[in-house]
Design a protein around this ligand. Structure first.
Ligand SMILES: Cc1cc2nc3c(=O)[nH]c(=O)nc-3n(C[C@H](O)[C@H](O)[C@H](O)COP(=O)(O)O)c2cc1C
Length: 373
């Protein structure tokens, strides 16, 4: 099968990506429980198995304990975590790959269980919609974690906002120290930056709420802090302005997307990673996609995400809608996704029982097709 557009090389932030297949960020929760949130050699194996894609975007990495609300996700706020990540980045580089760190703060979506009983922080006292995984019970056997509903967060004071901005800057510096090739700011999926961006979750009356310009202010200050530590062309931004999951929603997603794209252009960011449309699973296909608005205002690399396969990704790039396409769920069970798509070979189906819990099973034990040939 000829997928010429998908397998062309691409320049990004001074790197030459050998193809336009991007591994989307996937939280897999395989970091250590103690010492907390420290990456493991198993994670190095998992990522290096997938190193032949154009670029790996790491799983979401918590940049501050107050922004961490998920058992065994990885962190990047202390030296042990930096050391753990440097083993991962070295093994990806040794395998010929490139890897960016996704910098993450969950804001209102952190359960008090992870905060010693304190409330999480958010732009406004409005709870996310839905439930999430609580820490394990004392007799935990490694299976599914208990679920609890999101809570009403404490409205952030200026000091909280300043702390979050500083944490993103520090996270970028730690990412460089750990050997990452760049960073992706997680501004999508209902986490803290998205909570400020979208009007459903932000009803502030100060300079961070109300107008689109105000709601974009936290993002502007985060981008400013991150680009003070790492060259702007090595910084990407992930967004999902049309997503309504977890209680998100915006009065005018097109205007919001334009403001974000203009900001990314102003700072000269390397890429925007847009999640839309997704036919199933993560968000419904929006009535009015914003990809064209982003494309018109942002001249860096545009990565599109959501329910693509090889042929649809190739068509998207060939039509000039995006420069590259990222794949999330297909990467769980297909470490050799690049080869399978290039050769038109069948894809393996993931076992979602092990998506967010476990060790090697359902993580590093999916074989490449060549093992069976
Ligand atoms: C197990 C799992 C974990 C995910 N973790 C993250 C994450 O850490 N950060 C993020 O931005 N998106 C995350 N996502 C969303 C994916 O990056 C992607 O947007 C989504 O799977 C849709 O793309 P796909 O249709 O190619 O799977 C996750 C998705 C799955 C299935």
């Amino acid at each position: 099968m000829s997928l010429d557009a998908l397998f062309q090389s691409l320049q990004l932030g001074g790197l030459t990506l050998p193809n336009r297949v991007i591994m989307a960020p996937l939280t897999r929760a395989r970091a250590r429980a103690t010492p907390a949130n420290v990456p493991t050699p198993l994670m190095a194996q998992y990522y290096s198995q997938r190193a032949d894609c154009g670029l790996i975007v790491s799983e979401a990495i918590a940049i501050h304990p107050k922004g961490m609300g998920w058992y065994r996700v990885s962190g990047l706020w202390n030296e042990e975590q930096v050391t753990g990540w440097s083993v991962v980045t070295k093994s990806v580089h040794d395998a010929g790959g490139r890897i960016y760190a996704q910098l993450w703060h969950m804001g209102r979506l952190v359960l008090p269980d992870y905060l010693g009983g304190e409330l999480p922080i958010g732009p406004s006292p409005i709870a996310g919609v839905g439930e999430t995984m609580a820490p394990p019970p004392a007799d935990y056997d490694g299976g599914f974690l208990p679920m609890k509903p999101y809570v009403v967060p404490r409205e952030m004071a200026q000091a909280d906002i300043d702390e979050v901005i500083a944490a993103f800057g520090q996270g970028a510096a730690h990412a460089l120290e750990a050997g990452f090739d760049g960073v992706e700011i997680h501004g999508a999926n209902g986490y803290i930056i998205d909570q400020f961006l979208q009007s459903n979750s932000n009803t502030r009356t100060d300079g961070y709420g109300g107008s689109v310009e105000n709601r974009v202010r936290l993002l502007r200050e985060v981008v400013s802090a991150v680009t003070a530590r790492i060259a702007p062309n090595r910084v990407g931004l992930r967004i999902s302005p049309t997503s309504e999951r977890k209680g998100m929603g915006d009065a005018n997603p097109a205007a919001l997307a334009e403001a974000i794209a203009s900001l990314a252009q102003e700072f000269g960011l390397g890429y925007i990673h847009l999640i839309e449309p997704i036919a199933s699973g993560f968000m419904e296909k929006p009535d009015k996609p914003v990809i064209d608005r982003v494309r018109a205002l942002f001249r860096g690399v545009l990565i599109q995400n959501g329910s693509f396969d090889g042929p649809t990704a190739d068509a998207c790039i060939a039509a000039g809608e995006a420069d590259a396409v990222s794949f999330g769920r297909p990467y769980i069970a297909n470490p050799d996704l690049v080869t399978r798509m290039r050769e038109g070979l069948p894809l393996a189906a993931p076992n979602f029982d092990f998506a967010y819990v476990g060790e090697a099973r359902g993580y590093t034990d999916y074989p490449p097709l060549s093992d069976g040939l």
